[in-house]
Structure formats: C-alpha cells, structure tokens
Design a protein. Sequence first.
Length: 159
Amino acid sequence: MQFQKVSNRLSVLISTGLALLSSALLGQGADIFYTGAGNNNRWDYAANWNGGTIPNDSRTGAAFNREGTQVVLDSSTSALCRGFMLGMYGKTNSATVKGGLLECTWLDVGRCDQNGGNGTLTISGGEIRIANYLNIPTQFATQVDPNKIGYGRVDLLNG
C-alpha cells in the first residue's frame, strides 16, 4: 500500500515535470537551416531551406551554417524569424537585403563563439527590424581563444 502511494506521487511529479518542460520548449521553435539547394538564392524559395520549411515566426531561427551560401531578400519578401544567424559553426556566408522586410529578435553577422564563423550582410534597400540585438563580432572583440574568433561585416549601400 505504501509503495503504491509513493509510486503514484512519483508518477504525478514526472508528469508535471514533463508538462512544464513541454510548455517551455513550445515557447521556442527549432532553428531551420538554410541549405541554398534551390535554383536561386531567395529567402522565400522553400527548396533553399532544410525540409522545405521557410522560417516564418518569431520562435524559429534562420541558421546559415553551410559554406559559401548566400540568401537574398527583395521587395517581395517579408521575412520573420527569432534569430538571423550568418556565419555559424566556422562557415562563411552572406545575405543581401535589396528590399522587403526582415524582422527578427536578434541578428548575428558572423559568430564569435562558434569557431570563427564569418558573415557579411549587404543592405541596399528594404527594412530590417531587430527587436533586441545586432551582433557584429570583430577580430579581437570578445574571445580569448583565437580558434573561436569570428568576423562580421555590414555594408550599407545607396544610402
């Protein structure tokens, strides 16, 4: 009898813990990786994204972790994501905003904590709205470990 009471309480605790964990995880979606596998470089072309899913909400990150990829946002693009992360995991890639809207919680142009990722963002039109942070690491800005130094560059054109 005593064992059954303890077992029931443990079951309730585990169920409650899993429910709390599930609700916390639902608050943030997973990152979606840009593959650039489509026949163009457009943000809004599903074949360019892992699984054919384009980031389109403030819980999902847009992750650029493939060497040499470039994404383009033009006047027909309305892009929404949690994080816009150029230069992930030691890779070098770029984005060009020619028009339209990019709206994100944070924007990383190069990554300083992920083995020297390099990113270039070129803006020649459109609008970028960043709710929290714009991070642009420079060669010696934040890291002690030289193997994890990243580089970011933002070019503003037609200003």
